[in-house]
Write a protein that binds this ligand. Structure first.
Ligand SMILES: [Zn+2]
Length: 308
């Protein structure tokens, strides 16, 4: 029987699951909306139902599911497979997700946060293919990230490595979602750019609109974006000095901004914050998986850990 895996991407209100080959080809994909008020219990039920369904599909095609990978939208204790918490849904505190799934399905299961899973996804199937030293920065509402160094994912002793979003860029900067001041996330995330737009234009604005105006040469919008890019250059430059990546991959909604507003100025600024040898030849590229980043990350997780 051919060996396949199941990936599950657990978001705040949306869970996606897929049956896939070990080269990342999706055989069957499912998506469900979950209600926040149903809490972890409702979320877990939805996960089980989807996995059950995909196992039946595998059986139908005489495929052998050898691993389940779960990318979770919140911090996870990878070693124990326990969710620390969800920022969006109650009841996930200390939920032993790996043990519960293994008990139910009898298949080796691996649970990690979605930033680490997304890093693995881009590395195996996206913009990081074949690159053994890379930094992944996902710039959406918040900023997440992950590090591949020497051909493996860097997790750290509590699975908290790669949290570039909470690198302090300006100690006197705006308050971050984590409660501290001047983190990269508080200066350059979609939320931060929208907040600055709202403040300086005097009306409610989202980051997309700030980018649009900057693209149309609006000076205030250009200034807001320039400040966000400066913060990104600072943080990415510091990371580059620490572990000397070959490629930096920018994902998330903000990562899709026009090149001349994001990637080009970032490239121009990096030498200011990185040793010349480190910034020379350092590639900055856009993520490739886009909307599929979450599910491809979960599939990658099932595959990678299985091989370790
Ligand atoms: Zn923070």
């Amino acid at each position: 029987m051919d060996k396949v895996v199941i990936g599950v991407d657990v978001g705040g209100t949306k869970t996606t699951a897929a049956l896939a080959t070990r080269s990342g080809q999706i055989i069957k994909l499912m998506r469900v909306q979950t209600k926040r008020e149903e809490g972890a219990e409702g979320g877990f039920k939805a996960i089980c139902k989807m996995v059950q369904n995909l196992l039946e599909e595998a059986k139908k095609h005489e495929l052998n599911v050898i691993g389940i990978g779960v990318g979770f939208g919140g911090p996870v204790d990878f070693e124990r497979g326990v969710v620390y918490l969800s920022h969006h849904v109650h009841g996930w505190e200390n939920f032993p997700l790996r043990a519960e799934l293994e008990k139910r399905f009898g298949i080796a299961t691996f649970v990690d946060n979605d930033a680490n899973a997304g890093t693995l996804g881009e590395w195996m199937f996206g913009a990081g293919k074949g690159i053994n030293d890379l930094l992944y920065v996902n710039i959406g509402t918040g900023i997440g990230g992950g590090i591949i160094s020497g051909g493996s994912l860097v997790r750290g002793w509590k699975n908290l490595a790669g949290e570039i979003g909470h690198m302090t860029v300006n100690p006197n900067g705006p308050v971050c979602n984590c409660g501290r001041k001047g983190c990269l996330e508080a200066l350059a995330s979609g939320e931060a750019i929208g907040r600055e737009g709202t403040k300086r234009f005097g009306r409610t604005m989202k980051s997309e609109e700030v980018f649009q105006l900057a693209d149309q040469d609006n000076e205030i919008a250009k200034q807001i974006i320039a400040e966000a890019v400066e913060a990104l250059a600072f943080a990415i430059g510091a990371a580059a000095n620490l572990f000397n990546p070959k490629r930096v991959i920018l994902g998330g909604g903000v990562g899709e901004a026009p090149e001349h507003l994001l990637i080009e100025p970032l490239k121009a600024l990096l030498p200011r914050y990185t040793l010349p040898q480190s910034s020379e030849g350092l590639e900055i590229v856009r993520a490739q998986l886009g909307y599929d980043a979450g599910i491809m990350g979960a599939i990658a997780l099932a595959i990678t850990v299985r091989q370790e």
